[in-house]
Design a protein around this ligand. Sequence first.
Ligand SMILES: Cc1cc2nc3c(=O)[nH]c(=O)nc-3n(C[C@H](O)[C@H](O)[C@H](O)COP(=O)(O)O)c2cc1C
Length: 314
Amino acid sequence: MEKLSIKNPSNLRTDFLGVKFPNPVVLASGILGMSASSMASVVRNGAGGVTTKSTNLEGQDGHPGPKVITYESGMLNCYGLTNAGFWHEKKEIAKFKKRLPQNPLIFSIFGFSLKEFQAIAQKVDQTRADFIEINISCPNVQSEHGRPFGCVPGMPQKVIKAVKKLTKKPIIVKLSPNVVDIVEIAREVESAGAHAISAINTLGPGMVINLETRCPVLSAKAGGMSGPAIRPLAVKMIYDIYENVKIPLIGIGGVTTGQDALEMIMAGAQLVEIGSGVYYRGISVFKRVCNEMQEWMRKQGVKSIKEIIGAAHD
Ligand SMILES: Cc1cc2nc3c(=O)[nH]c(=O)nc-3n(C[C@H](O)[C@H](O)[C@H](O)COP(=O)(O)O)c2cc1C
């Protein structure tokens, strides 16, 4: 029978920008990150840390349903950055931290202009979040708001500089795969003073058409692609970024098994996030992934997960 508690957790312990994580498997933004109770159940199910749903100052409704569809090897979503706003998230972060002070929390923020980014950034130090993640990469609001800042060279540094002067929290910048050269953007992000990079956000947007209705299935017609279909792309992007910047990386995209997480770590990620994997394997995906990683480590004689960060590089 599958073990659902993490045995010998010490070999998975790690740290990121000086903050301790019980293990490197973290909840990605957008999935179960809107309330303290859902984030706490993710941790009870094995996650080392959590990322909140991306939040702006006032909150927004996002798109109507249908917002999610699965296809053969992935998912499309067009949530459109639905969130309840800063004041709600601040309370949820406080409740989460009261219950689980040992589990780091990444507060994901977004805006559609530099002013909007600044409006939320100047509030984040009022929260108990350990890090801010700047989401400059959501592809499923571009029909209303234009290309995400993460896809326009020159814009990431403007956002980072605007946010950095308003907060003391470490800044993680979440990159988009929808660019000609992700390394160019990663270098820009590093030289603008970001402390870390997370990659990747969803790919596309893509579209699925219903043959009966002859219409796109999603309400917004198109949505960001996630899940196993995008994993090799995410691994390659982490690999390339690792070769070209010095700041630490979080690998995201299609991770559903321990093997997938290990691949991402060998490509150069210090932490690995899981989003769509929750849909594929349920909330216990975090424990399962940790157990599978440990099983591999035991067979290979790897004593600490930190030993294999970047192991795939020459
Ligand atoms: C339903 C859904 C909602 C998402 N919402 C957000 C979000 O609010 N902010 C963000 O930065 N990424 C968001 N993402 C992207 C994920 O955090 C992640 O980068 C992407 O899905 C790739 O990882 P995965 O294949 O493990 O899902 C969302 C993804 C999904 C599937």
